[in-house]
Design a protein around this ligand. Sequence first.
Ligand SMILES: [Mg+2]
Length: 269
Amino acid sequence: MKKASLYGTGALLFLALTGCAQQSKSDAAAQLNDQSVMALNWFQQSGEYQALTYQAFTTATYAFDKAQSLTGKPKAVIVDLDETMIDNSAYSAWQVKANKPFEDKSWSRWTHAEQANAVPGAVSFAQYVDSHGGIMFYVSNRDQKDYAATLANLQRLGFPNVNAKTLRLSTTTSNKQARFDAIKNEGYNVVLYVGDNLNDFGAATYHKSNAERRNFVNSNHSLFGTQFIVLPNPLYGDWESGLAPGYNKLTPEQKLKVRADALKAWDGK
Ligand SMILES: [Mg+2]
């Protein structure tokens, strides 16, 4: 009887502890999502975000015009899609509201809904390039299974010349360098890259730490605004996984700690 009772107490304790662990796990996951709220407020509500995207595309237009023409090689502009030309912040906001992590399945449902909006200034820029002797290449790491929906979404928003030649999604790797090289090898004079992630400008920062990514930017600072045009994205990006080695495989609790530990704070004295 006593043994059974002890067993019962132990089982209850076990249940209580695992219950606590699960609770804390879901708390940590919810906390991770909640940390996106201010970034989403800024992205979706601030005039400053819009001002920055217009600024980026105005700079891109100047840079396109200024870039050297090469005889027999049409000028090409390579742009990323997500959070560069199109706005998926409603998906990120859904993650917060529904307390869901990023998952391929829900992302694919979002892309198939074709509800992404254009980033302010993006369509006008693409139309400018298209009507001034240039060709747009839309190089994204969206999945091939989302190709038709992505194409339809872009066409509906008014992006020009979106077709099987110019829309290039991820095939075997998220490293875009091979796709960039292929466009050059097809005879195009690539004059400009536009993106929200350093990986949109080449392989130099692929899977690198933030220290290495910052070094790349510092060493190549004169290319920004002339050959590389950056759109602001505080919602997600390789800057997040660059916070710690193996970041994407960490538990929500570990990610929270990495984020907190990365803060450079005043000592308050
Ligand atoms: Mg992007």
